[in-house]
Write a protein that binds this ligand. Sequence first.
Ligand SMILES: [Mg+2]
Length: 373
Amino acid sequence: MKITSIETLPVEVPVDRRVGQVANAKGFRFRSHLLMVFVRTDADIDGVGEITASPDWSGETSLGAKALIDRHLAPRLIGEDPRRVRYCMGHFSRTFANPFAKAGLEMALFDILGKSSGASVSQILGGAVRDEQLPLRFPVMPVGPQESADAARKMVQEGFGTIKLKVGHDPLEFDLERLRLVRDAVGPNVRITVDANGGWSVNEAICAAPRLEEYGVVFVEQPVDRLDLEGLAYVRSRIRLPVMADESVFTVQDALRCLELRAADIISVYPGKNGGLLNCVTIASMAEAAGVHCAIGSNLEWDVGSAMMAHVSVALPNICVERYAADIIGPVFHTERSILSPLMERGGYVRVPQGPGLGVEVDRESVERCGEA
Ligand SMILES: [Mg+2]
């Protein structure tokens, strides 16, 4: 089997404002700019991938990823056997960074490998090690205290058992007031985590932790800057709350350093951020050997990227979905679907798609409707 062509299609997908404003440190995002990639073969088996590019997150954009793939990466794959996924991905080993672009291509190769062998991606990884209904955690964006509480209450009513409160954009007292109202709104049994997205200094993080504990927060995600792994390790040594590293761990080498410094109790992983499923598996295995848990993070994927995350979540024992609900929340936020069968059957859970490869059928009409002019 040989790859004959690779098509890239930029899309602009509306975000549902009713489920909360999607914010980053600079502002609010109401549309996701993504890149769909279609890998075609001479064997009548095609694969699909998705690139969740985001300039603030990985420095990538959908149009930049399109140029990179069209001009540099895709030509290296034409004529290759897509089922040799590791070999094919090795062609990009000297291309620096661009994890989401690489992961999108790898996703399509795994889709083809699965379809050609009759196995799903999770089966290729060794099969499901847990229930195929995966619990999710809903992110409450840095909006006002009452809006935060209203959003959390609504999503708990819809079935979410874990709320992730985005903090670190405003003064600590403001975030604590948000946290107080959210806890009041959802009651004592809902798990609450916080994600500072690197918004605190080392001292602020150390001061914040015991106050977060008063509201039953279960862990603090990326309290300090992504590049300050020593600072993260110092915070961890000074607080009782478990620390999750997210932005600090993109690459396998980042993970190694994080583990060496004992900078985190939990590492957030997912194929896009880690530059593909193979890297994600490596990081999860390294962490497991070091006694560190992993959890599935997110960059607000659409349905194809979310499907890949579901396969990874169900198949890797050290992605402890039972302890740390998965961030597969793209299907909640986006108002359009890119696949024919939705991943979410009920609120607060996604179901791992069944069937060969990613187990999804692309809704080409819907994808083209979202195509960027
Ligand atoms: Mg995070």
